[in-house]
Design a protein around this ligand. Structure first.
Ligand code: HEC
Length: 256
């Protein structure tokens, strides 16, 4: 507290608290910064922010242990640099260790048991591009889906997506299939993180493709609200002509 120390910056015997603060303080600051990065990055790629926080805390604990071990009996080596090095080393250790977690590596594609009666092959193609990455049994697992923690995020999206809706099990399994058109119109699907950073650019449909897809889905039984789903209705002559009539919904401007 009081300045009872002489002017030497390297005090011969700093107080226990100051020594602890000087050793672990930088670690806490680094950990805080990393937590912010983890949460923001997690939101951007669709990884649960809680997972990021847990990983950062784990890294801090390991770094603290490294620092204690590295600086035992040598408190002069405390400071920003050793803390930063310990943090990087800990992050690497944690990264390697989490690769051993089994979740996220199954990359399964169960058998296809029955798809909707797509209005046309084109409708199916567009659905494959935009939706099958999470709502089908034909998931194309990218290379980074083998690397934790990204693998956890990808697996969670597919697990959750299939649980809601699985177009490969349309015939055998329930789901909110009749929301298909709705979620495309309101822009909530595919999720924003799916096409961020130029990933899955094939799923980033153009306005024209989207209109085409919507028209096709409306002509496919069971995928839009109010569609009776009468079997085998392929009596829709020209679904491609008026495809562009529905632009994306602008917010309704009542008095403009
Ligand atoms: C990155 C994976 C992913 C992609 C690609 C994706 N979805 Fe989803 N979808 C999910 C997840 C996860 C959920 C459950 C959580 C939620 O509702 O946000 C979901 C939920 C849904 C639901 C049910 C939710 C509701 O509001 O009724 C529908 C319908 C749906 N998706 C349709 C689609 C369609 C259509 C496409 C393609 C245009 C698509 N999804 C693309 C992951 C995905």
């Amino acid at each position: 507290m009081s300045d009872d120390q002489n002017s030497s910056p390297i005090a011969s015997e700093p107080s226990g608290f100051r020594r602890m603060a000087w050793r672990f303080g930088p670690l806490l600051v680094l950990g805080g910064a990393a937590a912010v990065v983890a949460v923001v990055g997690g939101v951007l790629i669709g990884l649960n922010p809680g997972v990021g926080i847990v990983l950062v805390v784990l890294t801090c604990v390991v770094a603290g242990a490294l620092l204690t071990w590295r600086t035992r009996g040598a408190h002069r080596r405390a400071g920003v640099r050793p803390a930063a090095m310990a943090f990087v080393a800990a992050a690497l250790l944690v990264f390697v260790a989490i690769q051993a977690v089994p979740y996220g590596r199954a990359h399964d594609n169960p058998p296809v048991t029955g798809e909707p009666q797509w209005a046309s092959q084109r409708t199916r193609d567009l659905m494959v591009r935009a939706c099958f990455g999470c709502h089908s049994n034909e998931v194309d697992w990218p290379w980074y889906s083998s690397i934790a923690p990204i693998s956890w995020a990808v697996s969670a999206h597919v697990d959750e997506g299939r649980e809601k809706i699985n177009y490969s099990e349309f015939a055998t399994r329930g789901g909110e299939y009749d929301h298909t058109v709705e979620v495309i119109l309101d822009g909530s699907m595919p999720p924003a993180y799916y096409t961020r950073f130029g990933l899955h650019s094939e799923a980033d449909l153009s306005d024209a493709e989207r209109a085409e897809l919507i028209a096709g889905l409306r002509a496919t039984p069971g995928l839009s609200d109010g569609d009776g789903g009468s079997e085998g209705n392929d009596d829709r002559g020209n679904e491609s002509e008026d495809g562009g009539e529905r632009e994306e919904r602008e917010d309704e401007r009542e008095d403009d």
